[in-house]
Design a protein around this ligand. Structure first.
Ligand code: SF4
Length: 755
């Protein structure tokens, strides 16, 4: 047993009282989303109502899940907290670093060799701090979580954007950056903007070629890639109850593509069946005991428009299979209109590769339905015209579908089984010939299809559909084929038609696995050594940042006055730099290299005030650091928007930047800066941005009486001897001021454990 039944019991014990208190506080029936959120308030009972889309609220998640790429910095930081164990049950999953090239076995062996230092670090740090470790080949984070950890009514954060997959089992599961995961593992609250709510009422029942994937492909077409931002999507209705638990997971998973905070279904018989079938009958029994709290109130679902901010209704009985793309997941085409769209838009009709699987669509149901088509292809003497690959979501699914003969069926059709990992879905695909950049089409059952994502070729037209449709298209090798109406010519020259796919929600003989790939942590990890090679380029243990010196600051140089958009990607670029995400000093060589210098309109070229010459931003800042001189960064509006990336806050801190002074911040980045012990300041008068000159040096005063709500002063000393005293605001509360004084939030936690 790898899940934590005691933790689930505690959640269920407190849930009825919390829900009752919340219902009383808001004085109306509650949605499922609200019940779970109120049951996880950091402060306990809800004694006030929170503004949807406006209030920032502290929560206490039950679990943390991390994938191997993002876990590295999260765990290096966690080590700074001084705890002997993580504060909540947590797991690490080695899935993102495995490149698909030849096939499962060879690719896995190559990855284990290439990523040895990362895997050794993650395995040892997990072992030491009580974290469950899923080694390379065990499966993709979200499928493994669904099979082992997700539970109705729970709350989880995960360092990956498709964490919402667990909503299929009725859990609020949200993708976050590594800094948030570190905080929750260290025992800090987790802050979330209280979401708005979209209700999706599902009526009718799926049949024929339609599948759960088509529900989210349709929803993506309605809401577009931005329509779910700051919203949680709650599915309900008889149609919702008719979908398998894994089908629900598919829908929640791809909710990330509409920007939703997360998506969720209420607890029902299908979820109970899946829990029982995956060795968690005791979780199902506990959930049955509080079932009324694990779904929305009847009044809400009877009058959804009254309780949700937006309501969508979809009749599953009328839902056609959809194909979304190319280049964006919200360009939704019903199957009956797709062939025409391909022709009218001049997309390459010849299909090169069909790829099924990934965390989105690799359930037993998905694989069995696709295999039913593969079997027909073999029986009807059809040879697959396109290449075809299968990425199982977990070793448990892979082992079970192999036992039940489905992998042999795919092999008969010419399919290649890839490792139980992300592979092509995250661009870890050494696709033969992709470097030539030829215009071509592929179709996948994954979730994302932005340009270059799968194979790095900007001319690959990637489409997204259900595994059934992907399989049918791979057999036909043609995107203008409609399996519902069209025939194919087989090797005997006969016209044959594919019958509707058939599958099984759960394996008749149950799931099985020989080695699931799980390593339990040591009961007492105090003697376990965390393995990091001091000469490693990819990993570096962190030293705690220094505490504030207790005085006002002076003599700070201007590092850069950034102009216009400055996202976390401008501050800490991704791409090849991700290789160094576990090595703070090495990745700091990308600090602000994408930001535009307001004085010369050029990226990565700033004046070094010590020499008067222009140089790269990281090199210039390293020169200041070597001279023992601090600096400030000045920025424009919404500084630090984009994905939450802790490196964007850690790098300036590591290289000796003392303050970031901007017209406005993106909230998450502002908080990340505070956590690292940086000063995050805003111009009280935005026009003062124009007073900053290239040769300025700065003092920051008011720090010895740093108080919530009280502005500070930044004095810009100009080269001509004049100066401007600039009033700057901040949003630090008392606790955050303590973070600044201690040199970072983790320093405070470490202090509390040292005593
Ligand atoms: S399979 Fe794709 S979407 Fe799923 S976790 Fe991996 S990279 Fe992300």
């Amino acid at each position: 047993m790898v899940f934590d039944l005691d933790m689930i019991k505690k959640v269920y014990e407190r849930m009825p009282a919390r829900v009752a208190a919340a219902r009383k506080a808001v004085n109306r029936p509650l949605t499922l989303t609200e019940k779970i959120l109120y049951a996880h308030l950091w402060q306990g009972d809800a004694n006030e109502t929170y503004g949807r889309g406006t209030s920032y609220v502290d929560f206490a998640p039950d679990r943390v899940a991390m994938q191997d790429a993002t876990a590295q910095m999260a765990l290096l930081q966690f080590m700074q907290a001084g705890r002997s164990q993580v504060a909540v049950p947590s797991t690490v999953h080695c899935d993102h670093l495995i490149q698909a090239k030849i096939g499962a076995e060879a690719d896995l062996a190559t990855a284990v060799d290439k990523n040895k230092e990362v895997y050794d670090f993650l395995a040892s740090v997990s072992n030491k701090y009580g974290i469950g470790f899923w080694k390379a080949g065990a499966g993709i984070i979200h499928q493994v979580v669904l099979e082992n950890y997700a539970f109705p009514g729970g709350m989880m954060i995960g360092t990956d954007s498709h964490t919402p997959n667990a909503g299929g089992l009725g859990m609020i599961a949200i993708g976050v950056g590594g800094a948030d995961a570190c905080d929750v593992m260290a025992g800090l609250p987790w802050e979330l903007k209280f979401p708005k709510l979209i209700g999706v009422k599902l009526t009718g029942k799926l049949s024929g070629w339609s599948s759960p994937k088509d529900v989210i492909l349709k929803v993506a077409g309605i809401l577009t890639v931005k329509g779910g931002t700051d919203h949680i999507v709650e599915y309900f209705g008889e149609g919702a109850r008719s979908l398998s638990a894994t089908g629900k997971g598919t829908i929640c998973n791809m909710g990330a593509e509409i920007g939703a905070t997360t998506s969720i279904f209420g607890y029902d018989d299908k979820i109970a069946t899946y829990l029982k079938g995956t060795g968690r009958a005791d979780v199902a029994a506990l959930a049955d005991g509080i079932a009324a709290h694990l779904t929305g109130d009847d009044e809400v679902y009877a009058n959804p428009a009254q309780y949700f901010d937006q309501v969508i209704e979809i009749n599953l009985s009328e839902l056609e299979p959809h194909i979304n793309g190319p280049f964006t997941p919200d360009l939704a085409w019903p199957l009956s209109k797709f062939a025409q769209a391909v022709k009218e838009n001049g997309w390459p009709a010849k299909l090169e590769v069909g790829l099924i699987g990934s965390c989105t669509n690799s359930s037993y149901e998905d694989i069995s339905r696709s295999a039913s088509l593969a079997k027909q292809a073999v029986d009807k003497k059809l040879k697959a015209k396109a290449e075809f690959t299968i990425t199982p979501g977990s070793e448990q699914v892979r082992y079970t579908v192999e036992r039940d003969g489905f992998l042999d069926t795919f092999a008969d059709m010419g399919g290649v089984v890839l490792a139980n990992a992300c592979g092509p879905c995250i661009g870890q695909w050494a696709r033969h010939g992709a470097e030539k950049g030829e215009k071509n089409s592929i179709i996948t059952s994954f979730n994302r299809n932005f340009a270059k994502r799968a194979d790095g070729n900007p001319n690959t037209h990637a489409f997204v559909a259900s595994p059934e449709i992907v399989t049918a298209f791979a057999i036909a090798g043609d995107l203008t084929f409609n399996p519902v109406t069209d025939t194919l010519i087989n090797e005997a020259g006969q016209a044959v038609k594919l019958d509707e796919p058939q599958g099984y929600e759960m394996p008749a003989k149950g799931f099985a696995v020989e080695d699931a790939g799980y390593q339990a942590p040591a009961a007492n990890g105090s003697k376990v050594q965390v393995l990091v090679d001091p000469k490693s380029e990819r990993l570096q243990l962190l030293d705690p940042f220094a505490a504030w010196e207790g005085t006002d600051l002076s003599g700070l140089k201007l590092l850069i006055k950034a102009k216009g958009k400055c996202t976390t990607d401008h501050i800490s670029m991704a791409g090849p730099w991700l290789r160094y995400r576990g090595h703070l000093d090495n990745i700091s060589n990308n600090l602000l290299i994408g930001a535009i210098n307001a004085f010369n309109d050029t990226a990565n070229s700033v004046k070094n005030q010590l020499t008067g010459s222009y140089g790269e931003v990281p090199a210039t800042q390293r020169a200041y650091k070597a001279a023992g001189i601090g600096s400030i960064v000045v920025g424009d509006e919404n500084y630090g928007e984009g994905s939450s990336r802790e490196h964007a806050a850690m790098e300036p801190r590591h290289l000796g930047v003392r303050a970031i002074l901007v017209k406005s911040f993106a909230r998450i980045h502002e908080t990340n800066l505070k956590k690292q012990g940086m000063l995050a300041l805003t111009f009280a008068n935005k026009a003062d941005y124009d007073k900053i000159r290239e040769d300025d040096h700065f003092s920051i005063t008011g720090l010895t009486s740093f108080t919530p709500g009280q502005p500070l002063t930044v004095v810009a000393h100009h080269a001509d001897g004049s100066s401007d005293a600039i009033v700057v605001n901040h949003s630090y509360n008392q606790q955050q001021i303590e973070w600044f004084q201690a040199g970072g939030a983790l320093n405070i936690i470490r202090r509390s454990f040292a005593g």
